[in-house]
Design a protein around this ligand. Structure first.
Ligand code: ZN
Length: 202
């Protein structure tokens, strides 16, 4: 699957999510033929920065197959040197026209960051680098009404998009020229629905 415009790619993903929610998956592009066709090269239509959470596998929730998605997963879907470099590879070398930051409700990494902030701690072990990356979103969410975890998940997605625009090699210029779209989305663990967030860069 290699549609030309970011908007068409996004619509394909949302259509796949609707199939998944309705339990009418097509499981596309998962045959031995597809595997062989991709042996020499890949041209994924979307790059997704998602959480490592076992309940949010992008290929499943968007009903996609081999070669369709360039997926970068790390707890709390944080932007760091490695994830940013991976996304730059997808956009600049593989020509992927869409980048999605995919957070999810009830994210354990965001929850851990909230707990650390509340306790005035940095977090244990190497989790502290993930907590440090999410921490600014907690401060932002604390100024908003409503459920703190829910607000923090969304604030973190928005901040991650801004980080991609600020630091991704050529990302901001490509977005301005309409060659790249960067969107934020939030997955609901119960309904299976992916909701696109507003204020996404396009
Ligand atoms: Zn998570």
């Amino acid at each position: 699957m290699k549609p030309e415009s970011p908007d068409i790619v996004l619509e394909c993903l949302m259509e796949g999510n609707r199939r998944y929610v309705a339990g009418r998956m097509l499981h596309p592009h998962q045959t031995p033929e597809r595997r062989r066709a991709l042996r020499e090269r890949q041209a994924p239509s979307a790059a997704i920065l998602g959480c490592a959470d076992s309940r949010v596998p992008p290929e499943v929730i968007f009903d996609q197959g081999l070669g369709d998605l360039f997926v970068v997963r790390v707890a709390g879907n944080i932007v760091d040197e490695a994830t940013l470099g991976s996304l730059e590879y997808a956009v600049l070398h593989l020509g992927t026209p869409l980048v999605m930051v995919l957070g999810h409700r009830g994210c354990g990494a965001v929850k851990a960051a909230i707990e650390a902030v509340m306790a005035g701690e940095a977090g244990k072990g190497h989790l502290r680098s993930i907590i440090a990356a999410i921490r600014p979103a907690i401060a932002e969410a604390q100024m908003e009404p409503g459920d703190l975890l829910e607000s923090a998940v969304r604030a973190h997605i928005r901040r991650s998009i801004q980080q991609l625009l600020d630091h991704g090699l050529m990302f901001a210029a490509m977005v301005r020229e309409g060659r790249l779209k960067i969107v934020g989305a939030c997955y609901d663990l119960e309904s299976g629905q992916v909701e696109l967030l507003e204020n996404a860069a396009d």
